[in-house]
Design a protein around this ligand. Structure first.
Ligand SMILES: [Zn+2]
Length: 271
């Protein structure tokens, strides 16, 4: 694993450090016609005064990584642009994208926990761990994340795919949904598939997971077997759903997402 999580840097800032700078939801990247990269500290000398909420993240390939927020007055440094996050998965590659995802999630948490949820007073960053503590009542808030399941439901040699009302792109994907309080991941898989597609499932087994920074989800991926029912899309979350064979798939999500990883798993196993 080239990324090593850490809370405190081992040394002061250096020109080669990687800086993940966000303005709103967009990330600052260096671009050439053939390449998209994360800027280093030396690239940021002219905009450093526009940066706030600096967090040390750890190291990637041995180089220290920081996240920071740029204020709305920042002017794009030469050769750099603020890029929407979703296309970055393809532009940066999975490993660097995953560091950018960490950077965004830390900033998102920091932005949304400036005030205490209990008494409304200001919070301040703790010095000994990644947390914010209330300056009045002492309530401590750690970085939050929202677990969600995503599941490849298989019936014989067919995969359940659905077109979501949430997807911007017009493709079919495996089902997903957020975990409710008090629910196990397996219970969540059963409930989501039943609610969204009217299908019962069993033999649920874990396959993989992926942090997904839109804004703070941890996707937990499963496979499950069809155990009964007839497809009836709920028409709230799902526009339509169907069973698809590996050699006859509709348009599916691009590589890099866990949704695609589960579909590729199905094609490998049942194709
Ligand atoms: Zn408080």
């Amino acid at each position: 694993m080239p990324f090593e999580l850490a809370f405190l840097p081992k040394s002061g800032r250096s020109a080669t450090d990687w800086w993940f700078v966000f303005c709103g939801d967009k990330l600052l990247v260096k671009t050439t016609p053939t390449d998209t990269r994360i800027p280093s500290y030396s690239d940021l000398s002219r905009v450093e005064r526009n940066l706030s909420s600096v967090h040390y993240l750890g190291t990637f390939d041995g180089l220290p990584c920081y996240s920071a927020e740029a204020d709305g007055h920042i002017i794009n440094p030469e050769g750099m642009v603020f890029q929407e996050r979703r296309p970055l998965l393809g532009l940066l590659g999975e490993e660097v994208f995953s560091v950018a995802a960490r950077a965004f999630q830390v900033l998102h948490w920091d932005r949304t926990h400036q005030f205490c949820g209990r008494c409304g007073s200001r919070t301040a960053l703790k010095e000994d761990e990644r947390a914010r503590a209330c300056t009045r009542c002492g309530l401590v808030c750690y970085p939050t994340m929202s677990p969600a399941i995503i599941v490849a439901v298989v019936k014989g040699s067919e995969l359940l795919l659905a077109r979501s009302r949430r997807f911007q792109a017009d493709f079919y994907s495996v089902l997903a949904g957020f975990v409710e309080y008090g629910e196990t991941l397996e219970q969540c898989v059963k409930r989501e598939v039943k609610e969204e597609a009217g299908i019962d499932v069993g033999n649920i087994r874990y396959l993989a997971s992926q942090p997904w920074p839109f804004p703070d989800t941890l996707m937990v991926g499963f496979a499950a077997d069809y155990a009964g029912g007839v497809i009836s899309a709920d028409d709230v979350e799902i526009r339509d759903a169907g069973w698809f064979k590996a050699d006859n798939l509709p348009a599916i999500p691009p590589k890099g997402s866990i949704a695609r990883l589960l579909i590729d798993w199905f094609v490998e196993k049942y194709g």
